[in-house]
Design a binder for this molecule. Structure first.
Ligand SMILES: Nc1ncnc2c1ncn2[C@@H]1O[C@H](COP(=O)(O)OP(=O)(O)O)[C@@H](O)[C@H]1O
Ligand SMILES: [Mg+2]
Length: 379
Protein backbone atom coordinates (compact mmCIF):
# COMPACT_ATOMS: atom_id res chain seq x y z
CA UNK A 1 0.00 0.00 0.00
CA UNK A 2 1.13 3.47 -0.76
CA UNK A 3 2.45 5.22 2.27
CA UNK A 4 0.97 8.67 2.72
CA UNK A 5 3.62 11.33 2.76
CA UNK A 6 3.53 13.45 5.94
CA UNK A 7 2.77 17.00 4.97
CA UNK A 8 5.66 19.31 5.74
CA UNK A 9 4.31 22.60 7.01
CA UNK A 10 5.11 25.41 4.57
CA UNK A 11 7.54 27.65 6.34
CA UNK A 12 6.72 31.32 5.95
CA UNK A 13 9.40 33.93 6.04
CA UNK A 14 7.82 36.87 7.90
CA UNK A 15 10.13 39.34 6.13
CA UNK A 16 8.96 38.43 2.62
CA UNK A 17 5.43 37.34 3.54
CA UNK A 18 4.23 40.86 4.40
CA UNK A 19 5.36 42.67 1.22
CA UNK A 20 4.12 39.69 -0.81
CA UNK A 21 0.71 39.89 0.79
CA UNK A 22 0.62 43.66 0.18
CA UNK A 23 1.60 43.20 -3.48
CA UNK A 24 -1.05 40.47 -3.87
CA UNK A 25 -3.81 42.58 -2.45
CA UNK A 26 -2.74 45.61 -4.54
CA UNK A 27 -2.81 43.43 -7.67
CA UNK A 28 -6.23 42.01 -6.91
CA UNK A 29 -7.53 45.50 -6.07
CA UNK A 30 -6.20 46.88 -9.36
CA UNK A 31 -7.82 43.98 -11.20
CA UNK A 32 -11.18 44.52 -9.57
CA UNK A 33 -11.20 48.31 -9.83
CA UNK A 34 -10.00 49.81 -13.09
CA UNK A 35 -7.50 52.46 -12.01
CA UNK A 36 -6.20 55.18 -14.31
CA UNK A 37 -2.47 55.44 -14.90
CA UNK A 38 -2.56 58.78 -13.02
CA UNK A 39 -4.11 57.11 -9.94
CA UNK A 40 -1.71 54.16 -10.05
CA UNK A 41 1.38 56.35 -10.39
CA UNK A 42 0.24 58.77 -7.68
CA UNK A 43 -0.54 55.94 -5.24
CA UNK A 44 2.84 54.37 -5.98
CA UNK A 45 4.67 57.64 -5.27
CA UNK A 46 2.64 58.18 -2.10
CA UNK A 47 3.47 54.69 -0.80
CA UNK A 48 7.17 55.18 -1.57
CA UNK A 49 7.07 58.57 0.18
CA UNK A 50 5.31 57.11 3.25
CA UNK A 51 7.82 54.25 3.52
CA UNK A 52 10.88 56.49 3.12
CA UNK A 53 9.51 59.18 5.44
CA UNK A 54 8.52 56.69 8.16
CA UNK A 55 11.87 54.90 7.94
CA UNK A 56 13.83 58.15 8.15
CA UNK A 57 11.60 59.46 10.97
CA UNK A 58 12.03 56.33 13.06
CA UNK A 59 15.77 56.31 12.43
CA UNK A 60 16.05 59.98 13.41
CA UNK A 61 13.97 59.63 16.58
CA UNK A 62 15.81 56.52 17.75
CA UNK A 63 19.31 57.80 17.10
CA UNK A 64 18.46 61.11 18.82
CA UNK A 65 16.99 59.12 21.71
CA UNK A 66 20.21 57.13 22.20
CA UNK A 67 22.19 60.35 22.05
CA UNK A 68 19.92 62.05 24.61
CA UNK A 69 19.88 59.08 27.00
CA UNK A 70 23.68 59.18 27.08
CA UNK A 71 23.70 62.92 27.66
CA UNK A 72 20.74 63.66 29.96
CA UNK A 73 19.35 60.32 31.18
CA UNK A 74 16.26 58.29 30.21
CA UNK A 75 13.66 60.35 32.08
CA UNK A 76 14.52 63.70 30.55
CA UNK A 77 15.21 62.19 27.14
CA UNK A 78 11.62 60.93 26.94
CA UNK A 79 10.27 64.41 27.70
CA UNK A 80 12.49 65.99 25.09
CA UNK A 81 11.65 63.37 22.43
CA UNK A 82 7.88 63.54 22.70
CA UNK A 83 7.49 66.80 20.64
CA UNK A 84 9.85 65.43 17.97
CA UNK A 85 7.84 62.20 17.70
CA UNK A 86 4.65 64.28 17.35
CA UNK A 87 6.26 66.42 14.68
CA UNK A 88 7.16 63.31 12.68
CA UNK A 89 3.62 61.95 13.13
CA UNK A 90 2.02 65.20 11.93
CA UNK A 91 4.43 65.73 9.05
CA UNK A 92 3.78 62.25 7.63
CA UNK A 93 0.11 62.80 6.60
CA UNK A 94 0.91 66.37 5.57
CA UNK A 95 3.73 65.18 3.30
CA UNK A 96 1.46 62.44 1.98
CA UNK A 97 -1.26 64.93 1.12
CA UNK A 98 1.23 67.19 -0.70
CA UNK A 99 2.72 64.22 -2.62
CA UNK A 100 -0.71 62.96 -3.61
CA UNK A 101 -2.06 66.29 -4.83
CA UNK A 102 1.09 67.68 -6.48
CA UNK A 103 2.14 64.32 -7.91
CA UNK A 104 -1.37 63.70 -9.24
CA UNK A 105 -1.46 67.12 -10.91
CA UNK A 106 1.94 66.71 -12.56
CA UNK A 107 1.21 63.19 -13.81
CA UNK A 108 -2.24 64.15 -15.09
CA UNK A 109 -0.62 67.02 -17.01
CA UNK A 110 1.95 64.67 -18.48
CA UNK A 111 -0.72 62.23 -19.60
CA UNK A 112 -3.00 64.81 -21.23
CA UNK A 113 -1.65 64.01 -24.74
CA UNK A 114 -2.62 60.35 -24.19
CA UNK A 115 -6.18 61.38 -23.32
CA UNK A 116 -6.31 63.52 -26.46
CA UNK A 117 -4.99 60.59 -28.51
CA UNK A 118 -7.70 58.30 -27.13
CA UNK A 119 -10.41 60.87 -27.88
CA UNK A 120 -9.12 61.44 -31.44
CA UNK A 121 -8.66 57.73 -32.13
CA UNK A 122 -12.26 57.12 -31.05
CA UNK A 123 -13.47 59.70 -33.57
CA UNK A 124 -11.57 58.28 -36.54
CA UNK A 125 -13.53 56.10 -38.94
CA UNK A 126 -13.60 55.66 -42.70
CA UNK A 127 -15.49 58.93 -43.11
CA UNK A 128 -12.96 60.95 -41.14
CA UNK A 129 -9.68 59.30 -42.07
CA UNK A 130 -8.10 62.72 -42.54
CA UNK A 131 -8.20 63.45 -38.78
CA UNK A 132 -4.75 63.48 -37.22
CA UNK A 133 -3.60 63.06 -33.64
CA UNK A 134 -2.14 66.15 -31.96
CA UNK A 135 1.41 65.45 -30.89
CA UNK A 136 1.62 68.44 -28.49
CA UNK A 137 4.72 70.51 -27.83
CA UNK A 138 6.73 67.97 -25.87
CA UNK A 139 9.50 66.04 -27.51
CA UNK A 140 9.21 62.65 -25.84
CA UNK A 141 7.95 59.11 -26.35
CA UNK A 142 4.36 60.35 -26.51
CA UNK A 143 5.05 62.72 -29.39
CA UNK A 144 6.93 59.85 -31.10
CA UNK A 145 3.86 57.65 -30.65
CA UNK A 146 1.58 60.37 -32.06
CA UNK A 147 3.89 60.79 -35.08
CA UNK A 148 3.95 57.01 -35.71
CA UNK A 149 0.17 56.76 -35.46
CA UNK A 150 -0.22 59.73 -37.83
CA UNK A 151 2.14 58.07 -40.32
CA UNK A 152 0.01 54.93 -40.13
CA UNK A 153 -3.13 57.00 -40.70
CA UNK A 154 -1.49 58.65 -43.73
CA UNK A 155 -0.81 55.24 -45.24
CA UNK A 156 -4.30 53.95 -44.46
CA UNK A 157 -5.91 57.07 -45.93
CA UNK A 158 -3.87 56.81 -49.13
CA UNK A 159 -4.72 53.12 -49.51
CA UNK A 160 -8.39 53.74 -48.78
CA UNK A 161 -8.64 56.63 -51.26
CA UNK A 162 -6.80 54.62 -53.90
CA UNK A 163 -9.21 51.74 -53.35
CA UNK A 164 -12.23 54.05 -53.67
CA UNK A 165 -10.89 55.66 -56.83
CA UNK A 166 -10.16 52.21 -58.24
CA UNK A 167 -13.71 51.01 -57.59
CA UNK A 168 -15.28 54.10 -59.15
CA UNK A 169 -12.92 53.86 -62.18
CA UNK A 170 -13.82 50.20 -62.71
CA UNK A 171 -17.54 50.95 -62.43
CA UNK A 172 -17.12 53.82 -64.87
CA UNK A 173 -15.26 51.59 -67.35
CA UNK A 174 -17.89 48.87 -67.16
CA UNK A 175 -20.86 51.20 -67.48
CA UNK A 176 -20.36 51.96 -71.18
CA UNK A 177 -20.05 48.37 -72.48
CA UNK A 178 -22.94 47.24 -70.31
CA UNK A 179 -25.10 50.10 -71.61
CA UNK A 180 -24.15 49.23 -75.21
CA UNK A 181 -25.02 45.54 -74.71
CA UNK A 182 -28.31 46.49 -73.05
CA UNK A 183 -29.16 48.96 -75.85
CA UNK A 184 -28.52 46.41 -78.56
CA UNK A 185 -30.46 43.69 -76.78
CA UNK A 186 -33.47 46.06 -76.63
CA UNK A 187 -32.99 46.89 -80.31
CA UNK A 188 -32.89 43.17 -81.09
CA UNK A 189 -36.07 42.53 -79.14
CA UNK A 190 -37.85 45.20 -81.15
CA UNK A 191 -36.42 44.88 -84.67
CA UNK A 192 -33.85 42.12 -84.71
CA UNK A 193 -35.93 39.38 -86.25
CA UNK A 194 -37.46 41.51 -88.98
CA UNK A 195 -34.33 43.46 -89.99
CA UNK A 196 -31.27 41.32 -90.73
CA UNK A 197 -28.95 44.38 -90.85
CA UNK A 198 -29.92 45.25 -87.28
CA UNK A 199 -29.25 41.66 -86.26
CA UNK A 200 -25.78 41.76 -87.83
CA UNK A 201 -24.90 45.13 -86.28
CA UNK A 202 -26.14 44.03 -82.86
CA UNK A 203 -24.18 40.78 -82.91
CA UNK A 204 -20.98 42.62 -83.86
CA UNK A 205 -21.44 45.34 -81.26
CA UNK A 206 -22.27 42.91 -78.46
CA UNK A 207 -19.29 40.74 -79.43
CA UNK A 208 -16.96 43.73 -79.45
CA UNK A 209 -18.17 45.02 -76.08
CA UNK A 210 -17.84 41.53 -74.61
CA UNK A 211 -14.20 41.47 -75.81
CA UNK A 212 -13.64 44.90 -74.24
CA UNK A 213 -15.04 43.72 -70.92
CA UNK A 214 -12.98 40.52 -71.05
CA UNK A 215 -9.87 42.62 -71.74
CA UNK A 216 -10.65 44.94 -68.88
CA UNK A 217 -11.31 42.09 -66.45
CA UNK A 218 -8.06 40.36 -67.45
CA UNK A 219 -6.10 43.57 -66.85
CA UNK A 220 -7.82 44.10 -63.51
CA UNK A 221 -7.04 40.55 -62.45
CA UNK A 222 -3.40 41.06 -63.43
CA UNK A 223 -3.15 44.23 -61.32
CA UNK A 224 -5.05 42.66 -58.42
CA UNK A 225 -2.62 39.75 -58.37
CA UNK A 226 0.31 42.16 -58.69
CA UNK A 227 -1.00 44.19 -55.72
CA UNK A 228 -1.48 41.05 -53.64
CA UNK A 229 2.12 40.15 -54.50
CA UNK A 230 0.91 36.75 -55.64
CA UNK A 231 2.31 37.42 -59.10
CA UNK A 232 5.82 36.03 -59.41
CA UNK A 233 8.19 36.50 -62.31
CA UNK A 234 9.52 33.29 -63.82
CA UNK A 235 12.84 34.25 -65.34
CA UNK A 236 14.52 32.22 -68.08
CA UNK A 237 17.23 32.81 -70.65
CA UNK A 238 15.96 33.83 -74.07
CA UNK A 239 17.01 35.78 -77.16
CA UNK A 240 15.38 39.19 -77.11
CA UNK A 241 15.90 39.60 -80.90
CA UNK A 242 13.82 36.46 -81.50
CA UNK A 243 11.09 37.81 -79.27
CA UNK A 244 11.05 41.14 -81.10
CA UNK A 245 10.84 39.41 -84.50
CA UNK A 246 8.03 37.25 -83.15
CA UNK A 247 6.07 40.34 -82.08
CA UNK A 248 6.75 42.08 -85.41
CA UNK A 249 5.38 39.09 -87.33
CA UNK A 250 2.34 38.68 -85.09
CA UNK A 251 1.50 42.38 -85.33
CA UNK A 252 1.78 42.35 -89.12
CA UNK A 253 -0.91 39.64 -89.13
CA UNK A 254 -3.41 41.76 -87.22
CA UNK A 255 -2.68 45.25 -88.51
CA UNK A 256 -2.51 46.92 -91.92
CA UNK A 257 -0.16 49.57 -90.60
CA UNK A 258 3.53 49.58 -91.31
CA UNK A 259 5.37 47.46 -88.75
CA UNK A 260 9.13 47.78 -89.03
CA UNK A 261 11.96 45.86 -87.44
CA UNK A 262 14.55 48.58 -86.74
CA UNK A 263 17.99 47.98 -85.28
CA UNK A 264 17.81 44.40 -83.99
CA UNK A 265 20.92 43.21 -82.14
CA UNK A 266 21.08 39.67 -80.89
CA UNK A 267 21.19 39.56 -77.12
CA UNK A 268 20.40 37.03 -74.40
CA UNK A 269 18.17 38.18 -71.58
CA UNK A 270 17.42 36.50 -68.28
CA UNK A 271 13.84 37.58 -67.56
CA UNK A 272 10.23 36.44 -67.62
CA UNK A 273 9.72 36.05 -71.36
CA UNK A 274 5.90 36.04 -71.23
CA UNK A 275 5.75 39.20 -69.12
CA UNK A 276 8.32 41.04 -71.24
CA UNK A 277 6.31 40.11 -74.32
CA UNK A 278 3.14 41.38 -72.63
CA UNK A 279 4.81 44.73 -71.87
CA UNK A 280 6.14 45.17 -75.43
CA UNK A 281 2.70 44.35 -76.78
CA UNK A 282 1.21 47.12 -74.63
CA UNK A 283 3.61 49.60 -76.34
CA UNK A 284 2.89 48.22 -79.80
CA UNK A 285 -0.89 48.24 -79.24
CA UNK A 286 -0.72 51.85 -78.12
CA UNK A 287 1.37 52.81 -81.15
CA UNK A 288 -1.24 51.20 -83.40
CA UNK A 289 -4.17 52.68 -81.50
CA UNK A 290 -2.81 56.19 -81.31
CA UNK A 291 -1.65 56.59 -84.90
CA UNK A 292 -3.54 57.35 -88.09
CA UNK A 293 -4.07 55.04 -91.08
CA UNK A 294 -0.54 55.82 -92.32
CA UNK A 295 0.83 54.81 -88.91
CA UNK A 296 4.32 53.37 -88.76
CA UNK A 297 5.60 51.40 -85.76
CA UNK A 298 9.27 50.53 -85.37
CA UNK A 299 10.63 47.95 -82.93
CA UNK A 300 14.32 47.79 -82.03
CA UNK A 301 16.57 46.17 -79.49
CA UNK A 302 20.23 46.87 -78.87
CA UNK A 303 22.88 46.86 -76.18
CA UNK A 304 23.00 50.05 -74.12
CA UNK A 305 25.54 50.62 -71.33
CA UNK A 306 25.67 46.95 -70.35
CA UNK A 307 21.92 46.58 -70.50
CA UNK A 308 19.48 45.84 -73.25
CA UNK A 309 17.26 48.58 -74.66
CA UNK A 310 13.93 47.60 -76.22
CA UNK A 311 12.48 50.56 -78.13
CA UNK A 312 9.05 50.96 -79.70
CA UNK A 313 8.45 54.17 -81.64
CA UNK A 314 5.64 55.49 -83.77
CA UNK A 315 4.59 58.47 -85.88
CA UNK A 316 1.23 58.82 -84.13
CA UNK A 317 -0.62 61.64 -82.44
CA UNK A 318 1.85 61.86 -79.53
CA UNK A 319 1.24 62.77 -75.91
CA UNK A 320 1.06 66.33 -74.57
CA UNK A 321 3.55 67.53 -71.99
CA UNK A 322 0.85 67.76 -69.32
CA UNK A 323 -0.33 64.18 -69.89
CA UNK A 324 3.10 62.60 -70.17
CA UNK A 325 3.86 62.35 -66.41
CA UNK A 326 0.53 60.58 -65.79
CA UNK A 327 0.38 57.91 -68.49
CA UNK A 328 1.62 55.18 -66.13
CA UNK A 329 -1.21 55.85 -63.66
CA UNK A 330 -4.05 53.37 -63.57
CA UNK A 331 -7.05 54.37 -65.70
CA UNK A 332 -5.27 57.43 -67.03
CA UNK A 333 -6.24 58.32 -70.56
CA UNK A 334 -4.89 61.41 -72.20
CA UNK A 335 -7.90 63.34 -73.40
CA UNK A 336 -11.65 63.23 -73.78
CA UNK A 337 -11.61 62.02 -77.36
CA UNK A 338 -9.58 58.98 -76.33
CA UNK A 339 -11.66 58.49 -73.24
CA UNK A 340 -14.63 57.77 -75.48
CA UNK A 341 -12.69 55.02 -77.23
CA UNK A 342 -14.26 51.82 -75.93
CA UNK A 343 -11.14 49.70 -76.36
CA UNK A 344 -8.95 51.53 -73.88
CA UNK A 345 -9.18 51.56 -70.15
CA UNK A 346 -5.89 53.27 -69.38
CA UNK A 347 -4.40 50.20 -67.74
CA UNK A 348 -1.89 49.05 -70.37
CA UNK A 349 1.02 51.25 -69.32
CA UNK A 350 0.30 50.67 -65.61
CA UNK A 351 0.74 46.94 -66.26
CA UNK A 352 3.88 47.52 -68.34
CA UNK A 353 5.30 49.66 -65.53
CA UNK A 354 4.65 46.90 -63.01
CA UNK A 355 6.42 44.39 -65.30
CA UNK A 356 9.39 46.78 -65.70
CA UNK A 357 9.62 47.31 -61.92
CA UNK A 358 9.39 43.57 -61.27
CA UNK A 359 12.48 43.19 -63.50
CA UNK A 360 14.21 46.26 -62.01
CA UNK A 361 14.12 47.68 -65.52
CA UNK A 362 13.76 51.35 -66.44
CA UNK A 363 10.79 52.43 -68.51
CA UNK A 364 10.51 55.85 -70.09
CA UNK A 365 8.38 57.55 -72.69
CA UNK A 366 9.25 60.54 -74.81
CA UNK A 367 6.70 62.09 -77.08
CA UNK A 368 5.98 65.08 -79.32
CA UNK A 369 2.32 65.79 -80.08
CA UNK A 370 1.67 65.41 -83.80
CA UNK A 371 5.08 63.80 -84.43
CA UNK A 372 5.17 60.55 -82.47
CA UNK A 373 6.03 58.63 -79.37
CA UNK A 374 9.00 56.52 -78.31
CA UNK A 375 8.88 54.03 -75.45
CA UNK A 376 12.15 52.66 -74.11
CA UNK A 377 12.50 49.68 -71.81
CA UNK A 378 16.02 49.37 -70.44
CA UNK A 379 16.47 45.92 -68.95
N1 LIG B 1 2.10 55.52 -78.45
C1 LIG B 1 1.25 56.40 -77.92
N2 LIG B 1 0.84 57.47 -78.64
C2 LIG B 1 0.01 58.38 -78.10
N3 LIG B 1 -0.53 58.30 -76.87
C3 LIG B 1 -0.16 57.24 -76.10
C4 LIG B 1 0.73 56.24 -76.57
N4 LIG B 1 0.93 55.33 -75.61
C5 LIG B 1 0.17 55.75 -74.57
N5 LIG B 1 -0.50 56.88 -74.87
C6 LIG B 1 -1.38 57.64 -73.96
O1 LIG B 1 -1.25 57.11 -72.66
C7 LIG B 1 -2.50 56.71 -72.14
C8 LIG B 1 -2.33 55.48 -71.29
O2 LIG B 1 -1.98 54.34 -72.04
P1 LIG B 1 -2.45 52.92 -71.60
O3 LIG B 1 -2.12 52.79 -70.17
O4 LIG B 1 -1.90 51.92 -72.54
O5 LIG B 1 -4.01 53.01 -71.70
P2 LIG B 1 -5.01 52.81 -72.93
O6 LIG B 1 -4.22 52.43 -74.10
O7 LIG B 1 -5.88 51.76 -72.43
O8 LIG B 1 -5.70 54.13 -73.05
C9 LIG B 1 -3.36 56.46 -73.36
O9 LIG B 1 -4.71 56.71 -73.07
C10 LIG B 1 -2.83 57.46 -74.35
O10 LIG B 1 -3.48 58.68 -74.16
MG1 LIG C 1 -2.97 50.85 -74.07
Amino acid sequence: MKQEQPKTPHKRNPFTAVPRAVARSVRSFAKRHRLSVTAKTTIMYAVIFALVFTGLGVLLVFSYRTYLINRVGAEEARDMLTPLAWLVLILLPLGLAVTLSLGGLVIRGMLTPVKKMIATAKEIDTASLSTRIESGNSEDELSDLAAILNDMLDRLQTAFERQNRFISDVSHELRTPIAVVQGYSELLTRWGLSKPEVLQEAIEAIGSEARNMKNLVEKLLFLARADKKSLQTQPESFHIDELINEIVNETRLISNKEILAGQIESNTLYADRALIKQAIRVFVENSLKYSGPDGRVTLSCYADEGRCAVVVSDNGIGISETDLPHVFERFYKADDARRRDGGSAGLGLAIAKWIADAHKADLDISSKPGIGTTVRLLI
